[in-house]
Design a protein around this ligand. Structure first.
Ligand SMILES: C[S@@+](CC[C@H](N)C(=O)[O-])C[C@H]1O[C@@H](n2cnc3c(N)ncnc32)[C@H](O)[C@@H]1O
Length: 626
């Protein structure tokens, strides 16, 4: 049976394999009815399989549309992963820090139509999505498969090696072509097998038969019969191999998110949790505790959580009350639920499972959800999801770590600030999408440190992302009516903003301290948000630590340096990295040249299973002049 989905390849403009064995693609049949007909035999076989020993009751077996969606999503994921495997991104290039909520980069974050390179996984998926108009189910599936395939690259290469490669050093020597006896894996073939493994390991509800079937179908279309037979053999072998290891793994407590056993070395944590070895060992060097390291590495492989920051004065919002009633929003347990002067917002965790979403499932939106609230396409669940979309129009999505760091920094500021004066001018050097600037605004208004005359200036390098700041300003009560200026500029050459014009200079002598508070929430390696940025970890290998990471650190130092020059009182320095090189050590080295400032408070949070992002926050305070 043919697999008709060539438009995906055209949309993603991924190079076709040059192999002479590649079979001509089957004819594209755009009508759903036709595709459904062609896939009908699969559906019948599949239902038999599901009831025959996979543990899935026949009633929840895939329905025709789902099978099509599963195949099509799998192909899109495969092409996106191939693209991601081909590219060696520069860490200093990936400055946008985008963490689009549902993973679709918006226009402004450099996604479709944006200026950002289209080499990224999410951008590839967005391009496919824009052209192919997949259903929500199809998109969610493709994203989950692709994210896991990219995150688990090291583990999956190890699995393939132990299955097909006799010589372990082959991958290191020739990463783009794994050699085994008589079989060469191209990048595209490797990507296809990675997506198969991603389904096998993480999607417990996908029957093994379906994984093998779709792999073979895609393999036939792209690589020809010979590779299809090879892929089939590899996967079947793996299932046998996995079973053999199951008992062994159980005794070693396999990572809870791996739902089916894969052979992995018990001691090599970098392979087992799939990180570049040098990064894992650096974090170990900081934590000096194997258990905490494992918790951190595991958290980086989990589905990221979404949080909403709700201003207290909006606590009675109708949609909000309904969302709390339906348990779509759950108050973050650590926060003080009573109103205090200093905490002007309530943080809620979004529990999309209550809307039938189950990120670990095979078909996240159409199978019964994990917590038993019915089918995801049940009208009640559809309503809950549309409620979530409405909430996003009113409230800012911000991770609890970012909100908490901003709160703690503001508290430090309040303790030191002369109560007789109001804060007159605030500058944010890297403002997009505006999460910190709006939080600081809320805090200053709420605590009376600021007033109607307080001026807020936010600049960012990326004009693509500046419009997101405007959206977030509009969501912040009272901010649009205040003295707010948002513009595009490089932070390290910013001098001031007068009458709506941005003044810049490379010359430090042109800079004078004219802001009470300067925020430098700098671009970083994203090592604290690796669960959101599947590709980011691969830019933390030996080679990048020697080349692009130092360049990024030097940009961070320039931005912090400029922040100190511009501030007459406080500097907030923040990153979403857990590496000391971008946090504590960097602050200390910049302070060497700014004896007029002292570090009064800092905090490093590691990514954790509760959903906290990793990140660093520090407050520098200008010493009183004598
Ligand atoms: C971590 S994000 C900032 C997040 C933001 N503060 C918030 O809370 O929503 C880093 C931002 O720095 C911007 N950026 C990168 N290099 C910059 C530079 N040299 N000058 C100003 N902004 C820069 C990026 O475009 C990105 O929007």
């Amino acid at each position: 049976m043919g697999f008709a989905a060539t438009p995906v390849a055209r949309v993603l403009s991924v190079k076709k394999p040059s192999s002479t064995t590649a079979r001509p693609r089957s004819v594209w049949t755009p009508s759903f009815r036709t595709r459904k007909k062609r896939l009908a035999p699969l559906v019948a076989t599949n239902s038999r399989k599901t009831s025959a020993g996979t543990g899935i009751p026949p009633a929840s077996g895939p329905r025709p549309r789902q099978v099509w969606e599963a195949l099509s999503a799998r192909e899109a994921a495969f092409l996106a992963v191939e693209c991601s495997l081909t590219q060696g991104h520069d860490v200093a290039e990936d400055v946008d820090g985008s963490d689009a909520l549902d993973g679709r980069p918006s226009q402004g974050s450099g996604g479709v139509g944006g200026a950002l390179s289209n080499r990224y996984l999410l951008t590839q998926l967005a391009l496919w999505s824009e052209k192919h108009k997949p259903s929500r189910v199809e998109y969610a599936l493709a994203k989950i498969i692709a994210f896991n395939a990219v995150r688990q690259r090291a583990l999956f290469d190890y699995v393939l090696q132990t299955n097909i490669v006799r010589d372990r050093s082959a991958i290191d020597q020739e990463p783009h072509r794994i050699k085994s006896e008589g079989m060469h894996l191209s990048i595209a073939q490797r990507a296809l097998l990675h997506t198969a493994l991603a389904q096998y390991a993480f999607m417990e509800r996908v029957p093994v038969y379906t994984i093998v079937f779709s792999t073979v179908e895609i393999a036939k279309t792209y690589f020809g019969q010979r590779f299809a037979a090879f892929a089939n053999a590899i996967l079947r072998n793996l299932v046998r191999y996995g079973e053999k290891y199951a008992a062994d793994l159980e005794s070693r407590r396999p990572a809870s998110y791996i739902v089916r056993p894969l052979p992995f070395p018990a001691d090599a944590l970098d392979v087992r949790y799939s990180y570049p070895a040098v990064f894992a060992s650096r974090v170990f060097g900081q934590l000096l505790n194997r258990k905490r390291l494992v918790a951190f590495l595991e958290a980086g492989n989990m589905t990221p959580q979404t949080f909403l920051r709700v201003p207290r004065q909006h606590a009675q919002h109708e949609d909000l009350k309904m969302a709390i009633e339906r348990r779509l929003l759950v108050p973050w347990s650590d926060q003080d639920s009573t109103e205090t002067v200093s905490r002007p917002w309530i943080i809620y965790r979004v529990d999309l499972q209550c809307a039938g979403e189950d990120p670990g499932a095979a078909l996240p939106l159409t199978l019964p959800s994990a917590n038993g609230t019915g089918w995801a396409d049940d009208p009640a669940n559809v309503l809950t999801r549309s409620l979530f979309q409405r909430l996003l129009q009113h409230f800012i999505a911000q991770n609890v770590t970012q909100a908490e760091h901003t709160f703690l920094l503001c508290e430090q500021l309040r303790q030191r600030w002369d109560k007789e004066r109001r804060i007159a001018r605030v500058l944010d050097l890297c403002t997009a999408p505006g999460g910190k600037l709006t939080a600081v605004f809320e805090y200053l208004q709420y605590s009376d440190l600021g007033d109607a005359q307080t001026e807020y200036i936010g600049i960012d390098l990326s004009d693509q992302r500046i419009h997101m700041v405007h959206e977030n300003v509009d969501k912040t009560p009272g901010m649009r009516e205040s003295r707010v200026f948002v513009g595009v500029a490089r932070g390290e050459s910013f001098v001031d903003c007068r009458a709506g014009n941005i003044l810049r200079s490379e010359d430090e002598r042109a800079v004078s301290p004219c802001f009470d508070l300067v925020i430098a929430d700098v671009p970083c390696t994203n090592s604290g948000v690796l669960n959101r940025r599947p590709e980011a970890r691969w830019r933390l290998d030996e080679q990048h630590f020697a080349s692009s990471v130092p360049r990024l650190v030097s940009l961070q130092a320039s931005l912090l340096n400029r922040a100190c020059l511009l501030s007459r009182s406080a500097v907030f320095y923040m990153t979403c990295s857990v590496l000391h090189a971008e946090g504590r050590d960097l602050v200390r080295s910049v302070l060497e040249n700014h004896r007029d400032f002292e570090l009064v408070w800092d905090h490093l949070t590691y990514t954790d299973a509760a959903g906290r992002d990793g990140g660093y926050a520090a407050m520098l305070w200008r010493r009183p002049s004598h």
